[in-house]
Structure formats: C-alpha cells, structure tokens
Ligand binder design. Structure first.
Ligand code: ADP
Length: 390
C-alpha cells in the first residue's frame, strides 16, 4: 500500500504490531502507544508466548502463512494497558509478502476499547433485558393462573349464591304469606301479643326475601343474564304512581315527601319492572337514612343533554362521609353513617340500582354532605312517543 495512504488510515488510531518469521518466532515488535507493554511481546520469543490469544489457532496461522486463508481475526482481545486499565484490541493476522512465498506473519493490534466497552454495555443490557423478559413472562403466567382461579372462584360464588337464594326463597315466601294470613286473622283471632310476634315474623321474612331477591338479581347481572324489556313509557306517570304508593311509608316515618315533574317531558325508554325497582330503591334508602321530621324530594326533569331525562331523589338525612363516598354502590359496602344510626341493610341495593341504570343506558351519581343530606341522580334515555297505530 502507498505509505501516504497507509499513514492517513492509521492517523488517530492506536495500533501496534508484532512480526514473526516462518518458525513463529517474534522478529519485531512495534508498539508506540504501549498497547502490548505488560505482555511478553519481545524479539526472539515464540509468537504464541507473545500473543497467547493465538493459542489454539495454530492451524489457522499455518493456513494464513500458506495463503489458504487471507487473514485471521480476533475481534475483542482483552488486555490491560501499561497503567493497568482494561483495554480491548482487535487483532488481525496477515502474511507478509505474497503467499505461498510468505516470509513473515504480521499480527496487527488496534485499540477498539470504545467499541469494546459499548459492546460490553450492550451485552449487559441485553442480559438484563432477557432477565426482565423472563421475569415478566413468569409474572404474566402467574397472573393468568391467578385470573383463572379468580374466575373459577367467582363463578363458584355466583352459583352458590344463586342456588342458596333460590332454595331460601320458597320457604321464606311460605313463612311470609302464612304470617300474613295469621296477622289478618284469616285462620282465627290472635291476642295482641301473638299478633305482634306474627308481625315481627312477617317483617323478618319480608326482609330476607328482599335480600334473596337482591342476591338473585346480582348473580344474574354478574353473569350477564339480566335482560331488560325496554318500552317507551311516560316516566313522569310511572314515577308519580310509585311515589303515591310509597307515601304512606313516609307518613309513618314522619317524613315529608314531595314530587316535581317538569312539564312537557319526553317519554323514556324503560323496563317498567326494573325502572320501578330503581326508583323504589332510591326512595327506600332516602327514607331509611333520613330521620323523622326530614324531607325527601323527587324531581324529574329534562337533563342538560336533551337525549336524557334526569331523576333526582334528594333527602335531608344523615349523608355520607367524603371518605366513604368512592365506595358507595360497591358490593356489600355500607357507610359509617348507616351503621351509626343502626339502619338495617346489607349494601346490595345501590350496586343493583347502578347496574340497572347502566343496563338502561343511563348514568348514576350522587352528592352528599354528612349531617345535611344526599342527592342521588339517575338518567334514563329519552324516547319519542310511539306512533299511534290506526
Ligand atoms: P343498604 O341500604 O342495604 O345498606 P345500599 O346498597 O342501598 O345498601 O346502600 C349502600 C350504602 O349507601 C348504605 O349502607 C348507606 O351507607 C349509603 N346510602 C345509600 N343511600 C343513602 C342515603 N340516601 N343517605 C345516606 N346514605 C345512603
């Protein structure tokens, strides 16, 4: 190669070379940057002592000498420089003169430490990535297994609840109706103390029936088996009739109950039975969590979004502490305020109410201030009146 070209190629590169003769004895060492200094690269020693990295490659060295292969290359030879700092060298072994008449072997070293360190870091990162991938795969597998187990347990819970509720429902209905017969005197007159006991039995059975019905609804909702029969209904008329039915209960509890229907409301898309359940749940909660002397207001209006009707049931009751509010409507949750006033309940009603509202395509939310009261809001989809058939 032209010496000028060679010099420009070598400029800024840290290189060293060792020359060996045909008996693989070192005849020259050129090492201006001290790349090989701590090693035994000296004239007259064997090439394998001077460059121990070549041990095991003797056959390849012979092949380079004989011109059977052009070069022998070792990519990252690890050495230390004269200060003991680890360095990476690329080693290329070529024959001097034209094989097969070669007279010497040149072992050329180039300092590729930057590349070597980057490669080392890359390998380390790759190893860390592999470890992370493996641990991620294990976590995913664990999660899948836990998910499967959770699904199995949830299914078992639903089946158990549904079977238990079904089995309880019939005897409870029998107890309730017999207690009712007794209370009405249809199977003979009762003394007042007997009558009181029978009424306690009737109320207890009714409460248990309510719980079993809620459990059945919940398992149906969870299993996606609760289907609504949606009709175009006059929501105002439906809600007013429910309020009228409930009014005596509010009178018994010493609470005022008012209803306001915005005039000219559109109809709503409702399942009559389930929409009634929603309204009754909200009213019975308002009654349960409002002390005597308080009031409950029912308002039905057009929502800000004209495709919705907004029903609000507000009360002047115990309210719900801010820290309890995010949990309201979740399975079996009861706020502290409910326990403080010893109100009976199990924390199923609002969970079902919210699901029923969502099945109607509506929304559910509330605001509450402890000691001042709560306002529960639900929306129903507005519907145009059905065309009258001739
Ligand atoms: P339950 O009334 O059987 O406990 P719900 O699911 O109907 O169950 O209600 C869940 C909880 O939400 C109640 O326990 C109560 O703490 C709170 N809550 C519901 N409605 C009201 C209300 N109108 N005023 C205050 N708290 C309420």
């Amino acid at each position: 190669m032209d010496p000028i070209v060679a010099a420009s190629l070598l400029a800024n590169r840290r290189v060293a070379w060792v020359v060996a003769d045909c008996s693989f004895t070192v005849t020259a060492v050129v090492d201006p940057d001290g790349l090989l200094s701590p090693s035994g690269a000296r004239i007259d020693v064997s090439l394998l002592d001077a460059v121990p990295e070549l041990i095991g490659s003797e056959a390849d060295l012979d092949a380079v000498f004989a011109g059977q292969i052009n070069r022998l290359e070792l990519q990252f030879v690890e050495r230390e420089d004269r200060l003991g700092v680890p360095i990476y060298l690329r080693l290329v072994v070529v024959a001097a003169d034209r094989p097969p008449n070669a007279t010497a072997l040149y072992c050329v070293f180039e300092d590729v430490s930057e590349l070597g360190v980057s490669r080392q870091r890359l390998m380390q990162s790759r190893n860390e990535l592999l470890l992370a991938q493996r641990s991620l795969a294990e976590t995913v597998a664990d999660l899948k297994a836990s998910n499967g187990e959770l699904r199995r347990l949830t299914d078992m819970k639903s089946v158990f609840l549904s079977v238990a509720a079904h089995e309880l429902r019939t005897p409870l209905a029998v107890i309730s109706s017999y207690a009712d017969l007794l209370a009405q005197g249809l199977v003979g007159d009762l003394e007042s103390r007997q009558l009181q006991s029978v009424e306690v039995i009737h109320d207890g059975a009714q409460r248990l029936l309510q719980i079993t019905d809620n459990l059945l609804d919940m398992t149906r909702i969870e299993a996606g088996r609760l289907e609504l029969v949606l009709q175009v209904l006059d929501a105002g008329e439906l809600i007013a009739s429910i309020v009228d039915e409930q009014r005596p209960l509010f009178q018994q509890s010493g609470q005022r109950l008012s209803i306001a229907l915005q005039p000219g409301l559109s109809n709503a898309l409702m399942d009559e039975l389930r929409a009634t359940q929603i309204v009754v749940n909200l009213l019975s909660n308002a009654r349960k969590y409002t002390p005597a002397g308080g009031s409950v207001d029912v308002v039905l209006s057009q929502a800000a979004d004209p495709s919705e009707l907004l029903l609000t049931v507000s009360d002047t009751g115990v309210g719900i502490a801010p820290e309890d509010q995010p949990e309201i409507g979740t399975w079996l949750f009861r706020a502290k305020s409910a326990n403080q006033i010893n109100a009976k309940g199990v924390g199923l009603g609002l969970n079902i109410t919210r699901s029923l509202v969502e099945l109607h395509g509506g929304r559910f939310w509330f605001e509450s201030t402890p000691g001042q009261g709560s306002a529960f809001h639900v929306t129903f989809l507005a519907a145009d009146p059905e065309p009258v058939e001739d």
